[in-house]
Design a protein around this ligand. Structure first.
Ligand SMILES: *Cc1c(COP(=O)(O)O)cnc(C)c1O
Length: 201
């Protein structure tokens, strides 16, 4: 039987957790700071902000971009439910866009027919480690003045044209739930190069 996921926790991790417990800082402090620093270095963005889940990362990204009641957010019709839920959390309406054959990601050709004058953002989900067509999504977003959030929960270390997923949009969101590439039990990260957005998150 091939397991859907199985976190590999070795002596190094166990030692680090015990050290953390003994330090008296189990939620913030030097370990979280180091994690954020290492994460930025690995992904290539200026800022990495650790949060409590991938869903919280998406929620905070939308709040930081000012997405609110009455706005529409384009999300792929085939993905985990979190991106659509995050849009609902801020009072926006998720609008579903079908996916592309081959990548299982948002089909850029369908964006044009999906926008209205209330559309404010696109959540591009990189699914199963495969990357969205970020060039086409970003040029569409630029043309129509839309924000883009990358959902990288399934794409830690994935690359698009030689650059790591998470570098292409206004904010990118990661998850460290136990079935993801690396795990903190529950956890997530927002990455951005924009200092204002980082401060708001
Ligand atoms: C897992 C996942 C999330 C949400 O992450 P949680 O940490 O479970 O909240 C969001 N988007 C995608 C594509 C995911 O696979």
């Amino acid at each position: 039987m091939i397991k859907f996921y199985s976190p590999q926790i070795g002596e190094e991790e166990i030692k680090a957790v015990i050290e953390c417990l003994r330090s008296g800082h189990v939620s913030q402090g030097k370990y979280v700071e180091q994690f954020q620093k290492d994460f930025s270095k690995f992904i290539g963005t200026k800022f990495s902000l650790a949060v409590s889940s991938g869903t919280a990362a998406l929620h905070l990204a939308l709040l930081a971009l000012g997405i609110k009641n009455g706005d529409e957010v384009l999300v792929p019709s085939y993905t985990f439910i979190a991106p659509a839920n995050a849009a609902l959390y801020v009072g926006a309406t998720p609008k579903f866009v079908d996916i592309e054959k081959g990548t299982f990601c948002l089909n850029p050709s369908l964006l044009e027919n999906s926008i209205t004058n209330r559309t404010k953002a696109i959540i591009a989900v990189h699914l199963y480690g495969l990357s969205c067509d970020m060039d086409r999504i970003m040029s569409f977003a630029k043309k129509h003045d839309l924000y883009v959030i990358e959902d990288c929960a399934q794409a830690l270390g994935s690359e698009y044209k030689g650059k790591k997923a998470g570098n292409f949009s206004d904010v990118s969101c990661f998850s460290f739930y136990e079935n993801k590439f690396i795990t903190t039990g529950e956890g997530g990260m927002c990455c951005t190069n924009n200092e204002n957005i980082a401060k708001r998150i």
